[in-house]
Design a protein around this ligand. Structure first.
Ligand code: SF4
Length: 689
C-alpha cells in the first residue's frame, strides 16, 4: 500500500486534515483524519469519513463537450476564447461574467479573478460564496476595515461562554461542535444557542432562545443596551480603539429595554434575562455565527449587531473572546483572500482608485476593473434581461442553488453563450451549457484552501487525472492565453500562482492590511509541496489596531427592521438548510450509500399545530409552495419548529428526484449591502397532496 497523502477535506469550512492512502488499485483510497492537522487533530465527521466512497468515476465529465458532441481541448478552448472576445468587442467587458465557487482552490480562484478584473476589465466575477458568508464579509469590513475573522478554534477552548447564533453546528460544522463539547466537558464552558428551531445543537445547551426569525438585531441591540445600563461597556477600549458614531447610544436607549426586546424577539423575558446575565458573568465570550445570520435580507446589519456587542465590551483580540463567523464551504475564505467576489478587487483591497492603480501595476494589466461588478442574484437577473451575453460557470450549480431557481434557468436558456466547468457530466446547470469543460476533482486537484479560522492547508492530489480532466487554473490560463494574454498567465504549476498571490498580498502593504503572505512569496516548489497548515494574521487586533485608515474599529448603528407577518395567501414562513450527512446538491455525498441512511428523502418539518391546521399527519406527502414555485415533500412532525414556521433541506435536485426541490422556493430578495439572499424566511403555503 502506498504512503498516506496529507490533504484537506472536500466539504465544509472547518477544513479538517485528511490522510488519504490510495490502494494502488483503480481509485480505491482509505481515508482517516490527519492527527497533525490543527483543525481536527485526527477527528472526522460522517461526511469526511466516507469521502473514499465518492472518488469513483461514476457520472464524471471526462472530455470537453461542445453541445452534445465530444471535442478536443484545443477546439473547446478556442471556441470559449473566441466567443468571449467577440462578445467583449461587440458589447463591452461588462457583457460577460464568471460565476465561480467556494469549491475552487485558491490558485484557481486567483487566476479567474485576475483574468476577469485585470485583463477583461470587468468585476463581473461572483461566487456561490455570495450565498454563504458575504454578509459576514460586509459586516467585518464595515467594523474592522478589512474582512478578517478575529477568532481561532483555540478561542472556543479558552472561552467561558459560547453563543451559537443561527448555526446548527452539530450538523453543519460537526468537528467544531465536537471541540465545543470537549471544552465544555473539560472546563464547564456555558453554551447558549440562539435559533428559531430547536436543532440537535441545542441538546445539552445551557439555554436555547427560539427567537422570532429575523429578530437578531433586536436581540443583540437589547443586550448591548442592557450592558450599557449595567456598566459592562468597556469605555477605555472604546476610547482607545473604536470610533462610536454620534447618536449611537441614544439609538440604543429607545425601545431596547428587556420587555421590548423580549416582545420583538417573541421570547420569554425571564429566559432573555438569563442570557444577559450569562453574558455579563463571562467576559471570555465567543459568539459563533453562521447562515441564520448571513442568509437574511438584513444579514450585514445582523452581523454588525454582533460585532458591535464584542467591540463595545472589549471582547475581541484576546484569548477566548471573539466574534466568530464560521464559513460553509471548503475554500470560501481562500476565495475572499484573492478577491474573488464582485464587491472586492484583489487581496482584501476594494476599488479605491489607489488600489486599482496598485493592482494594475502589479499585474501589468491593460484595464483593471474600476468599480464593483454584479453580485450573484443581480448577475443572473442581468442575464435574464439580456445584459450578460456570455457566462462561464465553474464548479457550482446555480440552476439549483440560487433563489428563485426557475428564473435562473430562464436566464441561462436566454444567455447566448454558456460555459460550464465541472467534474460532473449531468447537472441542472450543465443542461444549459454550450461548452462543458471537464475539471479535476477532489483527490486530483493540487493547491491550497483556507478554512474558517484563516488556516491555509494544502489539498494534494492522490489520484491520476481521469480522461481529459484538467485543473481549473490550467483551463482559465489556456483561455486567457488564447485571448492574447499568454505571458501574464504563463503558469507551469499551482506553486507559481501561489507565489504570485502571496506577492500581491504583500505588494505596497505597509502593515495596513492584516492579509500579508510575504513569507510565502519566495517559497520553492519543494517547500510549497511540503507546506504545513499555517494561520495567517496571528491574533488579529490584539494590539487594538484595526485596518481602517485611522486604525480604529467602528461601531455601526443598526436598527431592527419591521418584520413582515404572515401574508393572507402565504400564512407560513419557510426556512431552509442542510442535513447532517449531505453536502450541497449531493453530487459527491450522493455517491456514498451509507450517508443516505441518515435522511433517505427530503422532509418538510412542521409543528403539530400546523399539521392540524392543514389537515396533515406524519408521513403524508405535502406540497410546499411559495410565490416563486412549488415542490413535494414528506411531512415530518417536529416540536423543534415554532408554529407557523416550516423547514426543508437544500440538497435535492432535478437530477435526483422530482420532489424535494427547495431551490425553487426562496424569494430572490437580497441584503442591500452584501447582496446575500435571504433563504431563511420565505412566505409559504402547505397543502396535502
Ligand atoms: Fe469535512 Fe467539515 Fe466534516 Fe471536517 S467537519 S470532516 S471539514 S465535512
Amino acid at each position: 500500500m502506498a504512503a498516506a497523502i496529507r490533504t484537506t477535506c472536500a466539504y465544509c469550512g472547518v477544513g479538517c486534515g485528511i490522510a488519504a492512502t490510495p490502494s494502488g488499485n483503480a481509485r480505491e483510497v482509505t481515508i482517516r483524519g490527519d492527527e497533525a492537522h490543527p483543525a481536527n487533530g485526527g477527528r472526522l465527521c460522517s461526511k469526511g469519513t466516507h469521502l473514499g466512497e465518492t472518488v469513483g468515476l461514476e457520472g464524471r465529465l471526462l472530455h470537453p463537450m461542445i453541445g452534445d458532441r465530444r471535442a478536443s481541448w484545443d477546439k473547446a478552448l478556442d471556441l470559449v476564447a473566441k466567443r468571449f472576445a467577440e462578445t467583449i468587442a461587440q458589447h463591452g467587458p461588462d457583457s460577460v461574467a464568471f460565476y465561480v465557487s467556494g469549491q475552487l482552490l485558491t490558485e484557481d480562484y486567483y487566476v479567474a479573478n485576475k483574468l476577469m478584473k485585470g485583463f477583461i476589465g470587468s468585476a463581473n466575477i461572483d461566487t456561490n460564496s455570495r450565498l454563504c458568508m458575504s454578509s459576514a464579509v460586509a459586516a467585518q469590513t464595515r467594523a474592522f476595515g478589512e474582512d478578517v475573522v478575529p477568532a481561532s478554534y483555540e478561542d472556543l477552548e479558552e472561552a467561558d461562554l459560547i453563543v451559537l447564533v443561527g448555526s446548527n453546528t452539530a450538523w453543519c460544522h460537526p468537528i467544531v461542535y465536537q471541540r465545543i463539547q470537549a471544552a465544555r466537558a473539560a472546563r464547564g464552558t456555558k453554551l447558549v444557542v440562539i435559533d428559531p428551531r430547536r436543532t440537535e445543537t441545542c441538546e445539552g445547551a445551557d439555554l436555547h432562545l427560539a427567537l422570532r426569525p429575523g429578530s437578531d438585531v433586536a436581540l443583540m441591540n437589547g443586550l448591548l443596551a442592557w450592558c450599557a445600563q449595567e456598566g459592562l461597556v468597556d469605555k477605555a477600549y472604546l476610547a482607545d480603539c473604536v470610533d462610536v458614531p454620534e447618536g449611537f447610544w441614544d439609538m440604543l436607549e429607545q425601545g431596547h429595554d428587556l420587555w421590548s426586546t423580549a416582545n420583538a424577539c417573541d421570547l420569554d423575558p425571564a429566559r432573555l434575562r438569563e442570557f444577559y446575565e450569562l453574558f455579563a458573568a463571562n467576559p471570555r465570550t465567543v459568539t459563533v455565527f453562521s447562515q441564520g445570520i448571513n442568509q437574511s435580507i438584513r444579514g450585514t446589519d445582523q452581523g454588525n449587531a454582533i460585532l458591535n456587542l464584542h467591540l463595545a465590551t472589549g471582547r475581541i483580540g484576546q484569548p477566548g473572546a471573539a466574534p466568530f463567523s464560521i464559513t460553509g464551504q471548503p475554500n470560501a475564505m481562500g476565495g475572499r483572500e484573492v478577491g474573488g467576489l464582485a464587491s472586492t478587487l484583489a487581496a482584501h483591497m476594494d476599488f479605491a482608485p489607489e488600489n486599482v492603480a496598485r493592482v494594475g501595476r502589479f499585474w501589468a494589466a491593460p484595464r483593471v476593473a474600476a468599480k464593483p461588478g454584479l453580485k450573484a442574484v443581480d448577475l443572473f437577473r442581468a442575464m435574464n434581461e439580456g445584459r450578460i451575453k456570455a457566462v462561464w460557470i465553474m464548479a457550482t450549480n446555480p440552476a439549483v442553488s440560487l433563489p428563485d431557481a426557475g428564473t435562473v434557468r430562464a436566464a441561462l436558456e436566454k444567455c447566448p453563450f454558456v460555459v460550464v466547468s465541472d467534474v460532473i457530466a449531468q447537472t441542472d446547470t450543465g443542461a444549459y451549457a454550450d461548452v462543458r469543460l471537464p475539471a479535476a476533482a477532489w483527490g486530483e486537484k493540487d493547491g491550497t484552501v483556507t478554512n474558517s479560522v484563516r488556516t491555509i492547508s494544502r489539498q494534494r492530489p492522490f489520484l491520476p487525472l481521469p480522461g481529459e480532466a484538467r485543473p481549473d487554473w490550467w483551463i482559465v490560463s489556456e483561455v486567457a492565453a488564447r485571448m492574447g494574454w499568454a505571458s501574464a498567465f504563463a503558469y507551469d504549476t499551482p506553486a507559481d500562482i501561489w507565489r504570485e498571490h502571496a506577492r500581491l498580498t504583500a505588494y505596497q502593504n505597509e502593515g495596513a492590511r492584516v492579509l500579508n503572505l510575504a513569507a510565502q512569496a519566495t517559497l520553492t516548489n519543494r517547500a510549497y509541496e511540503a507546506m504545513e497548515p499555517f494561520v495567517w494574521g496571528g491574533q488579529p487586533f490584539a494590539d487594538g489596531r484595526f485596518s481602517t485608515p485611522n486604525g480604529r474599529a467602528r461601531l455601526v448603528p443598526v436598527r431592527q427592521m419591521d418584520l413582515q407577518g404572515p401574508l393572507p395567501d402565504w400564512p407560513l414562513t419557510l426556512n431552509t438548510g442542510r442535513y447532517r450527512d449531505q453536502w450541497h446538491t449531493m453530487t459527491r455525498t450522493g455517491l456514498a450509500p451509507k450517508l443516505a441512511r441518515h435522511r433517505e428523502e427530503p422532509l418538510v418539518e412542521i409543528h403539530a399545530d400546523d399539521a392540524v391546521r392543514f389537515g396533515l399527519k406524519a408521513g403524508d406527502l405535502a406540497k410546499v409552495s411559495t410565490p416563486q414555485g412549488a415542490s413535494m415533500f414528506r411531512v415530518a412532525l417536529s416540536d423543534g419548529q415554532r408554529p407557523g414556521e416550516i423547514f426543508t433541506p437544500i440538497h435535492w435536485t432535478d437530477q435526483i428526484s422530482t420532489g424535494g426541490r427547495t431551490g425553487l422556493l426562496p424569494r430572490p430578495l437580497v441584503d442591500p449591502i452584501s447582496g446575500q439572499p435571504g433563504y431563511k424566511s420565505t412566505p409559504a403555503m402547505l397543502a396535502r397532496v
